[in-house]
Design a protein around this ligand. Structure first.
Ligand SMILES: *[C@@H]1O[C@H](CO)[C@@H](O)[C@H](O)[C@H]1NC(C)=O
Ligand SMILES: *[C@@H]1O[C@H](CO)[C@@H](O)[C@H](O)[C@H]1NC(C)=O
Ligand SMILES: *[C@@H]1O[C@H](CO)[C@@H](O)[C@H](O)[C@H]1NC(C)=O
Ligand SMILES: *[C@@H]1O[C@H](CO)[C@@H](O)[C@H](O)[C@H]1NC(C)=O
Length: 421
């Protein structure tokens, strides 16, 4: 008891049959083993409401990384989090009314909830020797924050899609209409959505980075990788030095996804990177078959072999109608078509794409040439000498050109377009 008095609150290391969290005067919390993260009740910003959430325990600025009942706040301090031992689920109640509950994949004989040092709240069976056999984990249900070791994307076996959704405001963690998630196009990529409108596109993974972020490279803070196989499609990152703290957050006030790094000496979160970065990152700013070049004025240009669909609108900076071909392609002469090589590109929207990771660029060209609805192709993996084949069908949407670091994209044109300029 004396030891407990030294602390401001009581801290548990697990929630089980006998141990629960209650939002009363004690304000009990669940703390991860090394003390990095804490689960408990909190009030965001100027709100009057209580939420169950996870935050960094050692950071003096309240930094909540996950919220359980973001849709169902509690309006007093009567919230209690218990383990329902007959279902094996955590249950959050207010005056015995269920506010929120987990959805364990199966019932544990002795269910126990732990907060891991990664910030992952997990339920496991105390009897299961496999320490990673989680029956439920908060990492599968992210809020607005993508933490190290989390998987951003799909588990195709369970159908779980881990995407992030911004808080409505600093006072309201309920989901806004601003989200960021992986989409299972043939050549998968992540979209930032504002309502049902695409707002920003990561570009597909090209073996080195997302096609839209060529400047994300090996760095002293974190490692990153993309996993794409029959069972999973996700991006993940891990910290190189566990004493460096970093997180990715989606924010609906500024409409950005920022990476923050905690600066201990200054006691603040510094922005390390942010997307969208500039005007050319605005989804489809230049319309179809156009290229956005941030250093040009105006930023939008038709691709070589294309002209503005409505020149008058285009010239008054209304680029939304995009560009059309100078000379229409004819399918009968498809094998006579040519491809113009565009360097340093962000590859187009992959909604209508096709992928074969087993063939190279030559075969890719031949395959594209053979199908008159194929409008562009590129290596799907640009690491090393380049490998794999991605093809695009229909209008080419949301391309941009970087000053360096982009990749080559080959765009189909009528043979007469070659050497016109
Ligand atoms: C606990 O789980 C059992 C079995 O699913 C269910 O019948 C019961 O209502 C649950 N109790 C609470 C408090 O959620
Ligand atoms: C979003 O960012 C703004 C500053 O750009 C900040 O004031 C605000 O607290 C952030 N929102 C949330 C929910 O953290
Ligand atoms: C990790 O970071 C701490 C604090 O910045 C530093 O003292 C330590 O040397 C770093 N460790 C490694 C292995 O780089
Ligand atoms: C061309 O590719 C499209 C999209 O993959 C496909 O639907 C169509 O059948 C192909 N056409 C031919 C002639 O192979």
């Amino acid at each position: 008891m004396l030891l407990c008095l030294c602390e401001i609150s009581l801290a548990l290391d697990s929630i089980s049959q006998d141990l629960s969290l209650s939002d009363d005067v004690d304000n009990t919390t669940l703390v991860s083993k090394d003390g990095t993260f804490e689960l408990g009740f909190f009030t965001p910003g100027n709100s009057q409401k209580r939420y169950l959430g996870i935050w960094y325990r050692k950071i003096p600025i309240q930094t909540v990384v996950w919220v359980a009942n973001r849709l169902d706040p509690i309006n007093d301090s009567s919230g209690i989090l218990r383990m329902n031992t007959s279902s094996g689920n955590l249950v959050l109640t207010q005056d015995d009314k269920v506010v929120w509950t987990t959805t364990s994949s199966k019932k544990a004989e002795i269910p126990v909830a732990l907060l891991l040092d990664s910030g992952n709240l997990v339920i496991k069976d105390e009897k299961d020797a496999n320490i990673e056999a989680y029956l439920w984990q908060s990492f599968d249900y992210p809020t607005d924050t993508f933490l190290p070791e989390m998987k951003f994307g799909w588990d195709l076996r369970t159908g779980i899609n881990r995407k992030i959704t911004a808080w409505k405001s600093p006072d309201d963690p309920s989901p806004s209409d601003f989200s960021f998630g992986m989409v299972l196009n043939n050549y998968p990529e992540a979209y930032m959505m504002k309502g049902n409108q695409k707002f920003y596109r990561s570009g597909p993974w090209n073996g080195l980075h997302s096609s839209g972020s060529p400047h994300v490279r090996a760095n002293p803070i974190y490692n990153f990788r993309f996993v794409f196989n029959e069972t999973e499609v996700y991006y993940t990152y891990s910290l190189k030095n566990s004493s460096v703290i970093s997180r990715l957050v989606l924010n609906a006030t500024s409409y950005v996804r920022r990476r923050y790094v905690w600066i201990e000496s200054k006691q603040l979160w510094e922005v390390y990177t942010s997307v969208p970065l500039d005007l050319c990152d605005s989804y489809s700013l230049c319309g179809a078959n156009a290229n956005c070049v941030i250093s040009d004025s105006p930023v939008c240009q038709c691709l070589e072999g294309f002209k503005p669909k409505y020149p008058q609108a285009w010239n008054s900076m209304d680029w939304s109608h995009g560009c059309v071909r100078n000379k229409e392609l004819s399918c009968e002469n498809k094998h006579k078509d040519e491809f113009i090589k565009l360097p340093e590109m962000k590859t187009p929207d992959t909604t209508h794409s096709w992928l074969d990771q087993t063939i190279g660029l030559e075969e890719c060209r031949a395959k594209c040439l053979d199908n008159c609805s194929c409008m562009a192709y590129a290596n799907s993996d640009i690491s090393g000498q380049g490998s794999g084949c991605a093809m695009w069908f229909g209008d080419l949407i949301d391309m941009r050109q970087f000053s360096d670091g982009g990749q080559e994209v080959y765009v189909r044109v009528d043979a007469s377009e070659l050497g016109r300029n």
